[in-house]
Structure formats: structure tokens, C-alpha cells
Design a binder for this molecule. Structure first.
Ligand code: PGA
Length: 250
């Protein structure tokens, strides 16, 4: 079963609307029409409108970095799934380790966010990954399978078809340390086996992205692995040049 290659840029808390315009204009200018790689950019909330307009004639797809688990109402400062859809957003990152670590997002909150995202027509990029301590203690697989199982709890087969998983070892994010292609492949294969246990029908079709210090010089080695279907790129997605090089390596 062939899966699409996906390269997603997680801009994190970077880029004002003016900076977004500059970066997207460069990306669109160097966009290639002969590629089958699905390219996604995830700017911060305040830049989504500007990005959406600039991408209206492009094949680059718009993503967001978070959303509320609630539909609407008195939840000061929160952004709902339907607000994202109305702004032209298609994908949404859910369960990023920075949200788990700094904003205390739990598996059950992440589960609620996955449900509302899918029910509103968004495609979640669901992040899982172990910390350095957990890896050194030999618990990586247990942690990742727990995050997976709890995250997708109660999702139907139809729901699961809209899911993209991102394996992001926490020790590799923003640190310049990358998992070797073999280490990443081992975990991706393990994730796919877990997906098969959750729902055999979707295991082969679920894209699993790798994230954590992906750069132009290490992208090809990672992306050539059989179970690595793309990358979730942080730092290197903030330069059009390095992001395009990663797309070319896919
Ligand atoms: P990084 O971030 O590429 O800067 O390590 C990846 C991520 O956190 O999604």
C-alpha cells in the first residue's frame, strides 16, 4: 500500500503576519508542480488568515498547531475546530510534546481534541514520543504505545482514517540530536504494529511522520526508511530554502 509523503512545518511561536507573508511568498515561489509530496505549513493562530489567503492558489496546505477540546462557549482565549475550518485550515497538530510538557496536556485531553478535530472535518497530526529519561530507562515502546492507545480511544475506523501520526522523540526536538534512521524506523514499525492492533484496516494506510531536528542534510536518510512517511519539521521549516530542500529529499 503506497502512502503519501507528507512534509509539515511546525512554525511554533514564530512569525508575525508580515513575516508569515514573506516566508509563504518564498515557499510558493519555489513550489514545484511535479511533486507528489503533500506540503503543510502550521503558522501560529494570528497568522492563519494571512497564510490562508496567500495559499489560496497554491497546493501547500494550511495547518494549525493546537485547538480547543470544546465546541464553543465561555473558554477565554481558546480557538475552536470550527474557527480553524472557517479560516481555511485542514490539518491540526495535536499532542505535541511541548503542549504535554509545558501546558500539562494529558492523554485524555488529547483524546478529546482528536475527537473534536476529526468530527469537525480536520485532519490531526497526532504526536507521540518518549523523553530521554524514558528512553534511557528502556521504556520508549511502553510510553509510545500508551500515548497511542489512550489518544485514539473511542475513535471509529472512519475517524482513524483521517489520522496522521508523528513520532517525535522529545530528546531530539530542537536539540540538534536526531534519532538515527534505524532507530526511527524501529519505532515507526512498532507504531504501525500498534495501529494494526487498534484497527487492522488502517495500519498500512496511516502516514507516520518523524520529527526532531530534521534538517536538509539528514532528511533523505530518514525519509528513505520503509515506515517513515514524512517529517514534522520545526526549526528548519522557518527558512524557505531549508524547508524546500527537505521536501526535495522526500
Ligand atoms: P525541530 O522541531 O525540528 O526544531 O526539532 C520539531 C517539532 O517539534 O515538531
Amino acid at each position: 500500500m503506497s502512502r503519501p509523503k507528507i512534509i509539515a512545518g511546525n512554525w511554533k511561536m514564530n512569525c508575525t503576519p508580515a513575516e508569515t507573508k514573506e516566508l509563504i511568498t518564498s515557499l510558493v515561489a519555489s513550489e514545484r508542480s511535479d511533486t507528489e509530496v503533500v506540503t503543510i505549513v502550521c503558522p501560529p493562530f494570528t497568522s492563519l488568515s494571512a497564510a490562508s489567503e496567500l495559499l489560496s492558489k497554491s497546493s501547500i496546505v494550511l495547518g494549525a498547531q493546537n485547538l480547543s477540546e470544546h465546541e464553543s462557549g465561555a473558554y477565554t482565549a481558546e480557538i475552536s475546530a470550527s474557527m480553524l475550518v472557517a479560516t481555511g485550515v485542514k490539518y491540526v497538530i495535536i499532542g505535541h510534546s511541548e503542549r504535554r510538557q509545558y501546558y500539562y496536556e494529558t492523554d485524555s485531553l488529547i483524546n478529546a481534541k482528536l475527537k473534536i478535530a476529526i468530527n469537525t472535518g480536520l485532519f490531526p497530526i497526532f504526536c507521540v514520543g518518549e523523553t530521554l529519561e524514558e528512553r534511557e530507562a528502556g521504556n520508549s515502546q511502553e510510553v509510545v504505545s500508551g500515548q497511542l492507545l489512550n489518544g485514539v480511544n473511542g475513535l471509529s475506523v472512519e475517524n482513524l482514517k483521517n489520522l496522521t501520526v508523528a513520532y517525535e522523540p522529545v530528546w531530539a526536538i530542537g536539540t540538534g540530536k536526531t534519532a538515527t534512521p534505524e532507530m526511527a524506523q524501529d519505532m515507526h514499525k512498532f507504531i504501525r504494529e500498534n495501529m494494526a492492533k487498534i484497527e487492522p484496516a488502517i495500519a498500512n494506510s496511516t502516514p507516520i511522520l518523524y520529527g526532531g531536528s530534521v534538517k536538509p542534510d539528514n532528511a533523505a536518510g530518514l525519509l528513505n526508511q520503509p515506515d517513515i512517511d514524512g517529517a514534522l519539521v520545526g526549526g528548519a521549516s522557518l527558512s524557505a530554502d531549508s524547508f524546500m530542500k527537505i521536501i526535495e529529499a522526500a
